[in-house]
Write a protein that binds this ligand. Structure first.
Ligand code: ATP
Ligand code: MG
Length: 119
């Protein structure tokens, strides 16, 4: 299992959701974050010009999936989020040790996408 973390432009978040839905990915979290992606802002001060790390609004997806769904999930995020301009975002794939569905006590791959395959 992996936790796929995708940080995308807020205006692309709905397209990412649609691509994930079409890829049959079910179960995710979204949050608003502020991020820095390397772009520097020039700031005018009375002593001249300095640069500062700019922060921009992004949406962070967290999606726990079985190994067989990792590539589909990454592809869906890329398809939904890409504009081709700098700042399109990034995807991090993190190993996931354990998942528990609280209602039933089901664990691990029984508790994450793909859902139907396990029933
Ligand atoms: N190394 C990183 N660690 C954690 N978060 C990051 C990292 N790089 C980017 N992010 C997050 O992703 C957001 C978008 O980053 P961004 O798309 O600018 O990445 P990039 O690597 O600079 O790619 P690009 O060249 O397309 O701009 C950032 O605002 C930040 O929230
Ligand atoms: Mg950047």
């Amino acid at each position: 299992m992996k936790l796929v973390i995708g940080i995308v432009r807020p205006e692309r978040a709905n397209d990412v959701l649609e691509k994930l839905y079409r890829a049959e990915v079910r179960g995710l979290s979204m949050s608003r974050v502020q991020g820095h992606g390397g772009e520097l802002d020039r700031v005018e001060t009375y002593r001249g010009t300095t640069v500062q790390m700019g922060l921009s609004e992004k949406v962070r997806f967290e999606i726990a999936v079985s190994d067989s769904f990792v590539e589909k999930t990454i592809d869906a995020i890329c398809e939904g989020a890409r504009t081709g301009e700098v700042g399109d975002g990034k995807i991090f794939v993190v190993p996931l040790d354990r998942v528990v569905r609280i209602r039933t006590g089901e664990t691990d791959t029984e508790a994450v996408t793909p859902l139907e395959a396990n029933r």
